[in-house]
Write a protein that binds this ligand. Sequence first.
Ligand code: FAD
Length: 552
Amino acid sequence: MADDADVIVVGGGLAGLVAATEIADAGKRVIVVDQEGEQSLGGQAFWSFGGLFLVNSPEQRRLGIKDSYDLALQDWMGTAGFDRDDDHWPKRWAEAYVAFAAGEKRDWLRAMGHRIFPVVGWAERGGYDAMGHGNSVPRFHVTWGTGPGIVEPFERRAREAQKNGRLTFRFRHRVDTLMKTNGAIDGVSGSVLEPDSVERGKSSSRKIVGDFSLRAPAVIVASGGIGGNHEMVRQNWPKRLGEPPKFMISGVPEHVDGRMIGITEAAGARLINRDRMWHYVEGIQNWNPIWPRHGIRILPGPSSMWFDASGKRLPAPLFPGSDTLGQLHYIMSTGYDYSWFILTQSIIKKEFALSGSEQNPDLTGKSWRMTIKRATNKGAPAPVEAFKKNGADFIVRDNLADLVSAMNVLAGNDLLQHDHIKAQIEARDREIINPYVKDAQVMNIHNARRYVGDKLIRTAKPHRILDPEHGPLIAVKLNILTRKTLGGFETDLDSRVFGSNGAIIRGLYAAGEAAGFGGGGVHGYRSLEGTFLGGCLFSGRNAGRAAAKAAG
Ligand SMILES: Cc1cc2nc3c(=O)[nH]c(=O)nc-3n(C[C@H](O)[C@H](O)[C@H](O)COP(=O)(O)OP(=O)(O)OC[C@H]3O[C@@H](n4cnc5c(N)ncnc54)[C@H](O)[C@@H]3O)c2cc1C
């Protein structure tokens, strides 16, 4: 039977788009199949903040940050904690990926018109020792234009390839089976879903109106992770984190359904590290939701005080922005699946950023005029103020007693004692007047303000939480928000998928979140952030180039 293309790519998210454009640019014919409509092209990346992990970039150097491949690799390995036989390929991917981030990544993107906001963010700051978890220096480079700005160059390349006939999109085509002949994958088959003009990100109809099959000597699975499927998240929940949370919100659209993972496994592919995932602990329910259970992650600066459900301050170094997995571990150990921030208006104004392209109209709209207001405005950015006003998880009060009783009402229990919270805040407030202190979180705040980027737009001037001048007081109930799948299909550096017998499955490639962002889990247990989009770029590129080369 004649082939329909040289390569079929399952998934029109970032990884799939990168792979497909590399294939088309190599002169080969490629079909991109996606269950969603054309309006959803770009998948999760469109909604993303567009943060990219780069090492020793001109943006870092301009801000006086001294970074290097060796320092970044030290951080990556300390963060990943690779400790399994299955980590052979993930570790090799990690070394290659850090080299990419320290090497050609920025120039490759720049040549396609990609640009970066000049203030580099400092995510996952750790707080252990030099070989432990976290970024030693700021490395989170926000795309000018956020998520849409990272999709745009690849969509443009894809549209050009579409015009010259090398790339074909098949939207509303849902793959149900990978076809196999003599042990080699050679096509896909599935269901045609009814047309649906639903807005991007909203759940689309699953009504089947036909079926299809397509043949090609190579198939790249770039179907994303499992974060939109809470049942699957719970099934794969790691035992080391205790029972899965009873209540979770979704940081991803419903199409991140994990369905293709089982389909690919059924074709013999080897899924590794399925118990590694990256969910956030600073999730807030979106008052204006796009997808089901839509939650937004707060990207917090370092000053909010963090309390567990019983009102006990989280232990050092579990400060905002330090160690996502450590925080998740701690919170799950309390027997409750939520925690609290208490902060002031001065802190929210400077330190709250919300992850997501739609929550950052200034950066997404590439408006310098609006972006500059982040540093000069009296209030918080408009989307943050809107959450403060409308968000189900926000409480604003003039005094602590009222705040604490409203927190108890919101939680539906009486776990929080005003005196207990007050004593902890007052103790912290006594430490704030000296620039040298014992309280590790206050030390962390002083450390942050020595970095010009943080001082400018991310870390409030140290002040007493109970100082009315900085009020009103704000409490935020923080939920667990599903997002990224760290495990995935085991692949070699050409993104070729291994079978359960340990041999490469001919014709099968995997990229992006479905491949654990490379190799089956390039992050190990934890991430340094900004590494997911980058993992899609790198693994999508490797998969596309290798599949095109194999096509002769
Ligand atoms: C709000 C938000 C903020 C984020 N911010 C950042 C950030 O700042 N930095 C960062 O590094 N990462 C960030 N991420 C993560 C990053 O965006 C994702 O991990 C990445 O985009 C995943 O891309 P992907 O191509 O692997 O998968 P996806 O984007 O999920 O695309 C997969 C595609 O496959 C299709 N598909 C699935 N199954 C089938 C099937 N059976 N048949 C046909 N099609 C199928 C889906 O419809 C989808 O279009 C963020 C994510 C979100 C949601």
